[in-house]
Design a protein around this ligand. Structure first.
Ligand code: ZN
Length: 454
C-alpha cells in the first residue's frame, strides 16, 4: 500500500521554487517513491491511501543542528550542570524533543551533552518507544581551562554531571573521544574557545592548532563528525584549518578564516537566534541585563553579522541552528526564527534559508542522505503549512499555520501537554538581583510591609 499526498505547493528542498499541483507518494516504510507534478505521479491503486493537502504548502521537515537536549530550558549554567539527576534530565529531554518535533523540526543535532542523555533519547525514539525527531547525538564537550563548560573556579573543577569533559592534553582528549564513540555518539563536540580573552581582548583558543588537528583527525578516523564551538578568530581559524565539519558561531572570523573554511570544507552555523533573543527578550530585572550582557551581546551581534555576511558572499556553506535549551531559547519555540534572521540579517532569500534548514543541514546529519529533500529514495519527513514561507519566512514560526508533521510517513500526533516549568529547571540557589542597602531601599520606596494576618 502507498500513500498519496496531494500538495497545493511542494517545496522539495532541491530547487528554489515550489511546484504547484504536486504529489508526494510514499510506501509503507515511509520511503518516498515519487515527488513531483501530480500528472506524472504513479497510478493510484484502490488500496492506496490519499491525503489531501491541496490547499497547503508541503516541504521537508526542518532540521536544527544546534539544539541541546540536556539543558532543560536552563536559566543558568549551574542548572545545566548540577541540580537535576541525569535520569531526570533524560526524561525531560525526551519530553522536550517531542516539543521540538511538534514545531516542525523532524531532525536535530544535539551537540554537547551531559552523560549519555541525547544518545539515549535518540535510541529510545529509534527503537520505537517514543515518537520524536531524528536525533544526532554528541557526548560532553571536550574542553580545557580556556574553553566553554569549564565554568567554575579551579577549586571546584568540572563536575562529573557537567556538559563538559576537561582534558589536559591531546592524549586525554583522544581517550575521551574513544570512550564516547564506544558509547555510541554520532559526533564529537569541541569547546574551541570560551570566555577567556587576552589583554588585547581577543578570545583565546582552548586548544592549540596541533591539538585541534589531532582531535579532528581522530574523530574522522573513528567515522564521526567534529563540531567546534568557536566565537573568536583564533578558534575559528584553528577549527577551519583542522577541517572541523561544523563550526558554531564564528562571529569574529576574518578573511583568513574564510579562506581556510573554503579550503577544508567546514560549514558554519552562526546560531543567531540565541544572541538575538538575548537582545530582543531580556528584561531589565534579568541578571544578564543587570550584568551588562545585553548591551555587549548587541554590539557583538552587529559586528558578527557584518563579518558573517562576508563568509556568505565567499560561499561558505551556512547551516541553521538555534542553541535551543536555554530559558531564552525554549524548545519548540524559536527554531524557525533562525531562518527569519538568515533572511533579515544575513541577506538570504527565503528559499535559500529554507534550503539551509533542510537540504544543507541534512548534509551534516548522520543518515543525512535519507532526509532534508523530498525525492524518491529518501524518507517522507515533511511538514504541511497553511501559507508559503517563500512569501513570508515567519509563517514557519506561527504554530496555528503548521497543519501537520510527518516523520517517515507517519503523522506525529502529540498531546500539547502543559507542565510546571518551576519543577523542570531553575534550581540554582540565587535569590536576589539587587543589593538592599538603606539607600537602595529608600530609592525603591520599599520600607516595611504589613504582614498578612493569620
Ligand atoms: Zn550550543
Amino acid at each position: 500500500m502507498k500513500t498519496f499526498v496531494r500538495c497545493g505547493s511542494l517545496f522539495t528542498g532541491r530547487d528554489d521554487e515550489a511546484l504547484s499541483g504536486a504529489a508526494l507518494v510514499f510506501d509503507d516504510e515511509g520511503g518516498i517513491v515519487y515527488a513531483g507534478p501530480e500528472g506524472n505521479a504513479p497510478r493510484r491503486a484502490k488500496a492506496d491511501k490519499l491525503i489531501d493537502h491541496s490547499a497547503s504548502f508541503v516541504m521537508p521537515g526542518l532540521i536544527d543542528v544546534h539544539t541541546h537536549l540536556a539543558y532543560g530550558n536552563a536559566k543558568s549554567e549551574e542548572d545545566i550542570d548540577l541540580y537535576s539527576p541525569m535520569e531526570f534530565r533524560a526524561l525531560r529531554g525526551m519530553f522536550f524533543a517531542q516539543k521540538v518535533a511538534a514545531s516542525g523540526y523532524t531532525a536535530i543535532c544535539s551537540p554537547g551533552d551531559s552523560g549519555q542523555i541525547s544518545l539515549s533519547i535518540r535510541n529510545a525514539i529509534r527503537a520505537g518507544l517514543f515518537d520524536g525527531p531524528r536525533v544526532m547525538a554528541a557526548g560532553p564537550y571536550l574542553t580545557t581551562h580556556q574553553g566553554l563548560t569549564d565554568w567554575y573556579p579551579t577549586w571546584i573543577g568540572v563536575p562529573e554531571t557537567s556538559i563538559g569533559k576537561l582534558v589536559t592534553n591531546s592524549n586525554e582528549a583522544v581517550e575521551e573521544m574513544r570512550r564516547q564513540v564506544k558509547n555510541g555518539v554520532d559526533c564529537i563536540k569541541i569547546a574551541l574557545d570560551g570566555i577567556q580573552r587576552r589583554p588585547d581582548g581577543e578570545l583565546i583558543a582552548a586548544f592549540t592548532q596541533e591539538e585541534t588537528d589531532i582531535i579532528v583527525k581522530e574523530s574522522h578516523r573513528l567515522g564521526r563528525k567534529a563540531i567546534a564551538h568557536a566565537v573568536g578568530r583564533e578558534a575559528t581559524l584553528y577549527a577551519a584549518r583542522a577541517g572541523v565539519d561544523l563550526i558554531f558561531h564564528g562571529f569574529d572570523l576574518d578573511e583568513e578564516c574564510i579562506a581556510a573554511m573554503l579550503e577544508s570544507g567546514s560549514a558554519l552555523c552562526p546560531t543567531l537566534t540565541h544572541p538575538r533573543n538575548m537582545v530582543d527578550f531580556t528584561q531589565p530585572h534579568d541578571p544578564a541585563y543587570i550584568k551588562g550582557r545585553v548591551g555587549q551581546t548587541e554590539q557583538r551581534y552587529r559586528h558578527g553579522v557584518a563579518r558573517l555576511k562576508k563568509a556568505v558572499a565567499a560561499g561558505v556553506p551556512f547551516m541553521t541552528g538555534t542553541d535551543s535549551g536555554f530559558a531564552i531559547t525554549p524548545y519548540g519555540e524559536w527554531h524557525a526564527k533562525e531562518l527569519e534572521l538568515f533572511v533579515d540579517d544575513l541577506g538570504f532569500s527565503p528559499a535559500a534559508a529554507l534550503r539551509a534548514a533542510t537540504e544543507i543541514n541534512a548534509g551534516f546529519m548522520t543518515g543525512g542522505d535519507e532526509i532534508g529533500v523530498l525525492e524518491a529514495g529518501r524518507a517522507a519527513d515533511f511538514i504541511v503549512l497553511d501559507g508559503s514561507p517563500l512569501a513570508d519566512i515567519r509563517v514557519l514560526q506561527d504554530k496555528r499555520r503548521l497543519r501537520a508533521v510527518y516523520i517517515a510517513g507517519k503523522e506525529l500526533r502529540l498531546a500539547d501537554r502543559p507542565y510546571d516549568p518551576r519543577q523542570v529547571t531553575d534550581f540554582a540557589l540565587s535569590n536576589w538581583t539587587d543589593l538592599y542597602t538603606q539607600a537602595r531601599v529608600a530609592e525603591l520606596g520599599a520600607g516595611r510591609r504589613r504582614l498578612a494576618a493569620e
